[in-house]
Design a protein around this ligand. Structure first.
Ligand code: NAI
Ligand code: MG
Length: 362
């Protein structure tokens, strides 16, 4: 059997700093588990622009299409703010998502016991929380035509179009059902079928796909009610599937139920490859954090937990993923925290490297 292959794109700002900690974990797998990843590393974002004049070189794009999984740090920074939109660092990331056709965006909201006090909600509402939002990422109102600002009579009109085809709904629904099968076998689909035709079609197609997954308990909820339920009693959910726009809002809402940006991983999945695994890009939700870059202050957990998602969803190593998540929890429980996880004064925060070392030790 060939080794699992991984393309690492550390990117800009704190990207390389947090990725260095993931490297320690990859090395640990080789040394302690005899699991060797074929790791290649390349440039994306501002650093790629500095070297090649483009935020993503064609060779890097080609490599991303071949590997089992891509792990990305973060892109962007003030140095590149004045660049033309077409060559901005973010375009490198957008190109990866588009050309890999990553239509299914996974955003977990998981509460680490040690951080239950850190939430803005009551502890018993979030303790033990573990839900997954699946957001459709390549269609819907952010892409639908017609769009634009037009003259109409003596005023202007701004138009965006919510548009979903059956096949677009079908494939993201399937991705969500597959996930539900690996988790608590419960899926809630959210749209606004009460006021939107695209929502009516969404509900019909998801229901139809559900017939292929009789073990999964499927429910439907209007997205506005879903937002209320997510803050009232989020533990009623396991997997939620929703469109691009509602998913943008609901995934940010759900993510903040449990705490800091420095803790949030994500995965973006596409169609299954020849080996049956989906095309996949894993990345922390946070950006390049120029305000703390180069100071050893960044929390590496979001990137480490993104790697845990890669273990689970690209490498069939769910048990190892769980162990890695438990290691992060154990480190937090020991009181080892980067500055973003401390709200009391007088405690010395752990550095990025100290946090990573502690996870490896745990
Ligand atoms: P950001 O996520 O980089 O930072 C927001 C705040 O959170 C900052 O105060 C930062 O210090 C803090 N923070 C972020 N990650 C952290 C971590 N791991 N540990 C501790 N603190 C952390 O978002 P911002 O400031 O809006 O954007 C900065 C740059 O990053 C911009 O160039 C933006 O375009 C880019 N960006 C890139 C993204 C990506 O690569 N996926 C996503 C979001 C922004
Ligand atoms: Mg958002």
């Amino acid at each position: 059997m060939t080794n699992p292959s991984l393309l690492i794109l550390p990117g800009d700002g704190i990207g390389p700093e947090v990725m260095a900690e993931v490297r320690k974990i990859i090395d640990w797998f080789g040394a302690k588990r005899g699991i060797t990843f074929d790791v290649s590393e390349d440039l994306v974002g501002g650093c790629a622009y500095d070297k090649h004049g483009t935020p993503l070189h064609d060779d890097t794009m080609a490599k991303a299409q071949e590997v089992d999984a891509v792990l990305l740090g973060a892109v962007g920074g003030p140095k590149y703010d004045a660049l033309d939109f077409s060559i901005k660092p973010e375009r490198g990331l957008l190109r990866l998502r588009k050309e890999m056709d990553l239509y299914s965006n996974l955003r977990p909201a998981q509460c680490f016991d040690a951080l239950a006090d850190f939430s803005s909600l009551k502890k018993d509402v979030v303790a033990g929380l573990d839900i997954m939002i699946v957001r459709e990422l390549t269609s819907g109102v952010y892409f639908g035509e017609p769009r634009g600002i037009f003259e109409e009579g003596n005023e202007r009109v701004g138009i965006n179009t919510q548009r979903y085809t059956e096949s677009e709904i079908d494939r993201v629904a399937r991705s969500a059902f597959e996930l539900a099968m690996k988790r608590g076998k419960k899926l809630c689909s959210m749209e606004k079928a009460n006021v939107m035709e695209s929502g009516i079609l969404w509900r019909e197609v998801v229901t139809e796909v559900g017939k292929d997954y009789p073990e999964v308990e499927l429910s439907h909820m209007y997205a506005d009610a879903g937002a209320m339920q997510l803050t009232r009693w989020p533990k009623q959910f396991d997997v939620i599937v929703t469109d691009n726009l509602f998913g943008d809002l609901l995934s940010d809402l759900a993510a903040m139920l449990t705490g800091s940006l420095g803790m949030l991983p994500s995965a973006s999945l596409g169609a299954p490859m020849d080996n049956g695994r989906p095309k996949a890009l894993y990345e922390p939700v946070h950006g390049s954090a120029p305000d703390i870059a180069g100071q050893g202050k960044a929390n590496p957990c979001a990137c480490i937990l993104s790697f845990a998602m890669a273990l689970r969803y690209s490498f069939d190593m769910g048990d190892e993923a769980t162990r890695l998540e438990q290691a992060v929890n154990a480190v937090l429980a020991q009181g080892i925290r980067t500055a973003d996880l401390l709200n009391e004064e007088g405690i010395t925060p752990a550095t990025t490297a100290e946090m990573g070392d502690a996870v490896v030790a745990a």
